[in-house]
Design a protein around this ligand. Structure first.
Ligand code: S3P
Length: 445
């Protein structure tokens, strides 16, 4: 489908959005559920799995390495190979658009004495893989072949005897942290990952749930030291995947921006490493009420009631970026409707997402009449309350699902419609997006 001709889509100014919405399962947790379930001995039963293309490719990769994964009714069942017992895949593992899938799997196989080839789509083939290969090389990994700058296609061969390392993650990246922790599963001794800036902690929490022995200590400077004991026995678990805050962000911001809206988003993950957008929208004056906070399967979840609101510009602290890294495109859209300026520093990681998200967002905002300034690692947006004069442009999505959905949200509140050049990538993370938004009253078509 990635080579099919582009399918544009437009969103137009809508009446108040109303109703209840259940967003799909969290993408980060879904990838890990299939990976760890495909590795652990015995059966893992998963409900609420995100059935997006990215996650399904991770399932395919685990199957290619010996796991049994299938859907039975509403549940996904994985029967793992047992830790340390993955098989060499016969063909290249194709991760499509999925950075998390490819980077975590590189970690997983990086300590196996076998050869694995990784390929992906045009977007994934532009993204840097050196950030995960560097620590894996320290453990003994050999990069048999790679395109310039450690880009896909890449063939890896793990060492006969991998060595544990202590690794300080140089950028705030849960993918890099996770790749090292997953490699450590097949290495004798204790591997330590030092994380100066905390990022999403799903790998640590879920591995502990599967039986890994893992210790996390935060020192006086707030630096996390994660120690994992190699070669643990991992055992199948029952997992209920909560709703993805990064997907909830779209109906949430849409309901804030469209006057008179009143929407409840059900069962959203409230892990504090993921809720930076909600914090920021509340600071901007959004009317969001957190209902029914509860713990399910080790994670906090809640229902969020969101009503149409008038926003004011704020400065988003740079240290909040890891807890909302995927939400900046839609925050920039919200800022386009706020009174005054919204400043977003600390965005260097946005340049290496599914697209160069910083420039893709700035380009899309400008095409729709928004005043914004793109810095090296920052964005500042001056809003127009009521969306006066906004819209009317076509946005290049650059094979990036979050750019696509963010600008459709803009169209729902702007004076003139907003068009995206291609809707195909939405299916990587949120296959039901258009139907869900239409059910709330969004004019998308
Ligand atoms: C993810 C980590 C983040 C995020 C991505 C999912 C994960 O990437 O952007 O969508 O599941 O670990 P980085 O680790 O590159 O920040």
């Amino acid at each position: 489908m990635h080579n099919a001709s582009p399918r544009p889509l437009s969103a137009a100014k809508s009446e108040a959005l109303t109703g209840r919405a259940r967003v799909p399962g969290d993408k980060s947790i879904s990838h890990r559920a299939l990976m760890f379930g495909g590795l652990a001995a015995g059966e893992t039963r998963i409900t609420g799995l995100l059935e997006g293309e990215d996650v399904l490719r991770t399932g395919e990769a685990m199957r290619a390495m010996g796991a049994r994964i299938e859907k039975q009714g509403q549940e996904w069942i994985a029967v793992g190979t047992g830790n340390g017992a993955l098989l060499q895949p016969k063909d290249a593992l194709d991760f499509g658009n999925a950075g998390t899938g490819v980077r975590l799997t590189m970690g997983l196989v990086g300590s196996y004495d076998m050869e694995t080839r990784f390929v992906g789509d045009a977007s994934l083939s532009k993204r840097p893989m050196g950030r995960v290969l560097d620590p894996l090389r320290e453990m003994g990994l050999q990069v048999v072949s790679a395109e310039a700058g450690d880009r896909l296609p890449i063939t890896l061969r793990g060492p006969k005897h991998a060595a544990p390392i202590s690794y300080r993650v140089p950028m705030p990246s849960a993918q890099v942290k996770s790749a090292v922790l997953l490699a450590a599963l097949n290495v004798p001794g204790v591997t330590t990952v030092i994380e100066p800036v905390a990022t999403r902690d799903h790998t640590e929490k879920m591995l502990a749930g599967f039986g890994a022995s893992l210790e996390v200590e935060t020192d006086a400077d707030g630096v996390r030291h994660i120690r994992i004991e190699g070669q643990p026995k991992l055992t199948g678990q029952t997992i209920a995947v909560p709703g993805d805050p990064s997907s909830a962000a779209f109906p949430l911001v849409a309901a804030v921006l469209v006057p008179g809206s009143d929407v409840v988003i059900e069962n959203m993950l409230m892990n504090p490493t993921r809720t930076g957008l909600v914090t920021t929208l509340l600071e901007m004056g959004a009317d969001i009420t957190i209902l029914e906070r509860r713990n399910e399967g080790g994670e906090d979840v809640a229902d969020l009631r969101v009503r149409g609101s008038e926003l004011k510009g704020v400065t988003v602290p740079a240290e909040r970026a890891p807890s909302m890294i995927d939400e900046y495109p839609v925050l920039a859209v919200a800022a386009s409707f706020a009174e005054g300026e919204t400043r977003m520093p600390g965005l260097e990681e946005l340049r290496v997402k599914e697209s160069d998200r910083l420039s893709a967002v700035a380009e899309g905002l400008k095409a729709n009449g928004v005043d914004c300034v793109e810095g090296e690692a920052s964005l500042s947006v001056t809003g127009r309350p009521g969306g006066r004069g906004l819209g009317g442009g076509t946005v290049s999505t650059h094979l990036d699902h979050r750019i696509a959905m963010s600008f459709l949200v803009m169209g729902l509140a702007a004076e003139k419609p907003v068009t995206i050049d291609d809707q195909a990538m939405i299916a990587t993370s949120f296959p039901d997006f258009t139907d869900l938004m239409r059910r709330l009253g969004a004019r998308i078509g």
